[in-house]
Design a protein around this ligand. Structure first.
Ligand code: FAD
Ligand code: NAD
Length: 468
């Protein structure tokens, strides 16, 4: 039986990053993955393929709606070849997952393909596709088994017409009418892909606003943009049944007034969140406890109830984000190596990769109000920037929330072109506990979208934005 300092179960962004950091720190490391390819949800059926389709559909949308204005004329009709678009996405995925194979080799990490399960606290069995069991021993194990799509108790996801994000990333036809249950991140990103490609898209959201966990100002602005693009937004609707009849899906919901409304679609995407995945892990054999939501319970060191076993990423509490999983992977590897790492969860940014992009870090206005923190606001519209006019990306704004007394930046919320990349500036500023005035006094290249951050900081500091 091979023995290791660390075995990692699951090769998503949490698991493979943890394995690399363990190897960098001189530990003999193994990684176990039940699928044929490495990279987990994020690389195979999450972050990467969804961004590939968002990019392709964005090009199409630009070609149809904006090229002419730019003076670019394309003779004949511009058409979508969905098969080719999906094949390009798959090529991006294959290249990216292949990159993880390379990284495992480069770092001398042993890769086992098969379902990893605990026999006891230090022994793992790996069941391969051919039903063979391999046993390894590990002084420490890191559980990074991720998550799977959640559904509602009365919905039977048939993966053909009633689908999750996994199927939505490889459809064979453009839906005529796509009904999306859940106006969160997945619903809006994939909804935008198919809306751009020509589908009628209806979003049914239980709460009174889309992306309800983000600052309310962002929800309002994104809703405005989506409505302009002729999305049908059904907010404050409680879905109560989803039924497939032939090739049709019939969705019934109660609206705000309690009246029943019915929607008919050829495809229904269920995107109401994801839940921790621990099936087949045999966690009990190692004395590992789960919490009330089926996640692996961990303490502040991400240590489970078995003290040589840690858990990270989507399978534990907190935001279900690839970069959160990565931070936790590094954190646990360094903890096992005897170091004292730290993660500031308040400074993990959240991004929605629609266009305009939505990005945020730190506290929302609602959170500051609830905590009784006195704060001031500086907001600057993207449309006032020369850069935005040059590319015709006029929607959105940057909003900075700063402490009313000390001027320390407490939250940054932005919606606009390239917000996903711009949010990094806010993370750096907040990591160094910058004041709004600090940021307002830094030179921002002109013309860039980042000038909106400087202007919002000026507005927060002394209400003296320059360009509005
Ligand atoms: P996962 O990536 O889920 O990996 C877990 C791995 O463990 C899987 O490969 C699984 O097969 C394996 N596994 C499970 N059990 C076992 C076992 N017993 N034995 C062996 N292997 C096992 N996040 C972002 O930050 N940015 C984005 O843009 C983004 N886009 C997304 C788009 C979509 C459509 C989806 C679905 C998710 C997206 N996410 C995004 C979320 C992101 O994918 C997850 O937060 C991230 O993948 C979590 O990483 P993880 O390592 O915890 O788990
Ligand atoms: P989500 O939590 O973002 O959104 C789910 C939405 O469904 C919420 O708005 C919720 O109010 C709504 N909802 C819940 N029950 C409902 C019901 N019965 N009827 C109508 N609406 C209902 O979840 P998701 O979009 O499924 O994404 C899952 C996870 O994947 C998220 O945690 C997210 O962090 C991650 N993800 C991240 C990205 C990114 O970082 N860009 C992209 C995709 C997914």
């Amino acid at each position: 039986m091979k023995s290791y300092d660390v075995a990692v179960i699951g090769s998503g962004p949490g698991g493979y990053v943890a394995a690399i950091r363990c190897a960098q720190l001189g530990m003999k490391t193994a990684i176990i993955e039940k699928y044929n390819t490495l990279g987990g949800t994020c690389l195979n059926v999450g972050c990467i393929p969804s961004k590939a389709l968002l990019d392709s559909s964005h090009h199409y949308d630009d070609a149809v709606k904006h090229f002419e204005e730019h003076g670019i004329e394309i003779p004949g009709d511009i058409k979508v070849n969905l098969e080719k678009m999906i094949a390009r996405k798959q090529a991006v995925v294959d290249q990216t997952t292949g990159g993880i194979d390379f990284l495992m080799k480069k770092n001398d990490i042993d890769v086992f393909h098969g379902l990893g399960a605990f026999k006891d606290k230090t022994t793992l069995t790996i069941k391969g596709d051919d039903d063979t069991d391999t046993e390894i021993s590990a002084k420490h194990t890191i559980i990074a088994t991720g998550s799977k799509p959640s559904t509602l108790p009365f919905i039977k996801v048939d993966k053909e017409r009633i689908i999750t994000s996994t199927e939505a990333l490889k459809l064979k036809e453009i839906p005529k009418h796509l009904v999306i249950i859940g106006g969160g991140v997945i619903g809006l990103e994939l909804g935008q892909v198919y809306r751009r490609l020509g589908a009628e898209v209806t979003v049914i959201e239980y709460m009174d606003r889309i992306i309800p966990t983000m600052d309310a100002g962002l929800s309002k602005e994104l809703n405005k943009v989506f409505k302009k693009a002729k999305f049908k937004m059904q907010l404050s609707h409680k879905v109560k049944s989803v039924e497939r009849v032939g090739d049709e899906v019939i969705i019934k919901a109660d609206n705000k007034k309690g009246q029943e409304v019915e929607f008919k679609a050829d495809y229904c995407l269920v995107s109401v969140g994801r839940s921790a995945y621990t099936a087949g892990l045999n966690a009990e054999a190692a004395g590992i406890e789960l919490d009330d939501r089926g996640r692996v319970a961990v303490n502040a060191h991400l240590q489970t109830s078995a003290n040589n076993i840690y858990a990270i990423g989507d399978v534990v509490k907190g935001a279900m984000l690839a970069h959160k999983a990565e931070e936790e992977g590094v954190f646990v590897a360094e903890t096992i190596a005897g170091q004292k790492p730290h993660i500031d969860y308040n400074l993990i940014p959240g991004v929605v990769y629609t266009w305009p992009e939505v990005a945020a870090v730190g506290k929302t206005e609602a959170e500051l109000k609830e905590a009784g923190v006195a704060y001031k606001t500086g907001q600057f519209p993207m449309r006032a920037l020369g850069r935005s006019r040059a590319s015709m990306d006029l929607d959105g704004f940057v909003k900075i929330l700063a402490d009313a007394t000390t001027d320390e930046i407490l939250g940054v919320h932005m919606i606009g072109a390239r917000a996903a990349d711009m949010i990094a500036e806010a993370v750096v500023a907040m990591e160094y506990r910058a004041s709004a005035e600090d940021v307002s006094r830094m030179s921002h290249a002109h013309p860039t979208f980042t000038e909106a951050i400087k202007e919002a900081a000026l507005a927060a500091t002394e209400d003296r934005a320059l360009h509005i």
